[in-house]
Design a protein around this ligand. Structure first.
Ligand SMILES: Cc1cc2nc3c(=O)[nH]c(=O)nc-3n(C[C@H](O)[C@H](O)[C@H](O)COP(=O)(O)OP(=O)(O)OC[C@H]3O[C@@H](n4cnc5c(N)ncnc54)[C@H](O)[C@@H]3O)c2cc1C
Length: 360
């Protein structure tokens, strides 16, 4: 089987990897450069942000993917020499108003949880702001260095004999068909296969609209700041009042993020600068002395309740979609890609596909 995958973010790259692992031949098309949109811009927390607040549909994908990530990271390191730096540093929630729900949820999902009163919290994280009240720590949660993950995936696909990678190849039209589907590129070339999978992130709704199909996926801008501390100075990820800091192995610290309806505009703003800077200092006051290295924006593929669409597009033979992971596309990606490949290759799906079906 030959499959045309549209979009070279985390979902396109991992979908391609799953399909070739299942024996398919893949052509991966990207309108810009591979792995430079939302998947690069994200923080790489390998968990939904307040995981107990999500629907079972999101949790099912997240749980499967969290189990799969260590092996994926190890395989990529072995195959390419690039370490995606999966760090199980834990995620500390400060003053979550629904901490009780969190504890119930964690107990029901076999997720270790530590509850810390004010004294215990400050004894263990002496760098916290003095007004941090109580803590809830999920010690098994990890983050992954997403730009490295993307680089490693790309290197592995480049080395694969059944994969063709094409950058600056914008898909402008799609042709469904019961004997095979095809896409037309902006330069007029047609690329055909037995199936087409749309992994176009925030652009997926726009692409499906060219066929007259409706896919409620829209861009939701997120801005992020990058600081640098000494390696190990920030011992875990911390989340407070909707903002978070994420430590990388080399001392870099990310602070995110904003949630903005700004269409396809990827500019950074002064307003977000001020919001994120204030959040960073409230989360980890030592960042006041750290240089702000960069601020950037990315476009999340927003979808209703953050539940992605993974499956065949009704009424459009040979056209499939894997998009709409919203705030959780990095954590959900291994499961999303596997679920798409299982359905397309006619295997028993690892997760019930119904909640992600476009016909649901
Ligand atoms: C600030 C921020 C923080 C985030 N933090 C996290 C986090 O900590 N954890 C987490 O799990 N998720 C996080 N996310 C969300 C996550 O980054 C996204 O859900 C995920 O990257 C979406 O991946 P994708 O492959 O679907 O989209 P993208 O990475 O956007 O890739 C889609 C690709 O398709 C290409 N494309 C689109 N249309 C066409 C076309 N017509 N022809 C050819 N190519 C096309 C685009 O150019 C793009 O490269 C964050 C996002 C942001 C912005």
């Amino acid at each position: 089987m030959r499959v045309v995958v549209v979009g070279g973010g985390i979902n396109g790259l991992l979908t391609a990897r799953e399909l070739v692992a299942g024996g398919a031949e893949v052509v991966l098309l990207e309108q810009g450069e591979f792995g430079r949109e939302a998947s690069w811009a994200g923080g790489g927390i390998v968990s939904p942000l307040y995981p107990w607040r999500y629907s079972p549909a999101v949790t099912a994908l997240a749980s499967w993917a969290q189990q799969a990530y260590p092996q994926l990271a190890a395989d990529l390191l072995a195959e390419t020499g690039i370490d995606p730096e999966l760090e199980r540093c834990g995620l500390l929630f400060i003053d979550a108003p629904d901490a009780r729900d969190a504890r119930v949820w964690a107990a029901g999902h076999d997720m270790p949880v530590e509850v810390l009163d004010h004294a215990a919290l400050h004894a263990r994280w002496p760098g916290l702001a003095a007004d941090a009240g109580e803590g809830l720590f999920l010690p098994t949660l990890a983050n992954i260095r997403n730009p490295r993950l993307l680089k490693a995936l790309l290197a592995a696909l480049r080395a694969h004999p059944r994969v063709q990678l094409r950058e600056h190849a914008e898909v402008v039209a799609m042709q469904p068909g019961s004997n095979g589907a095809a896409v037309t590129l902006a330069d007029g070339h047609v690329v055909s296969g037995d199936a087409v999978v749309v992994c176009g992130g925030a652009w997926s709704g726009r692409l499906l609209a060219t066929l007259g199909s409706s896919l409620p996926v829209r861009p939701v801008r997120g801005q992020m700041q990058l600081y640098r501390l000494a390696p190990g100075a920030l011992p875990s990820m911390i989340m407070r009042a909707g903002h978070y800091v994420i430590p990388r192995r080399d001392g870099h610290v990310l602070c995110g993020s904003t949630l903005e309806e700004a269409g396809f505009d990827k500019s950074t703003t002064e307003q977000a600068h001020d919001i994120l800077r204030a959040a960073a200092l409230r989360l980890w006051p030592a960042l006041a002395q750290a240089p702000l290295l960069q601020q950037w924006a990315g476009l999340r593929p927003g979808s209703p309740n953050g539940i992605p669409f993974i499956g065949a597009v009704p009424g459009q033979d040979g056209i499939w979609v894997n998009a709409g992971q919203f705030r959780n596309g990095l954590v959900l990606a291994p499961a999303s890609a596997r679920l798409l490949a299982d359905q397309l290759l006619g295997r028993t799906p690892v997760i019930d596909p119904l909640p992600y079906s476009l016909a649901y």
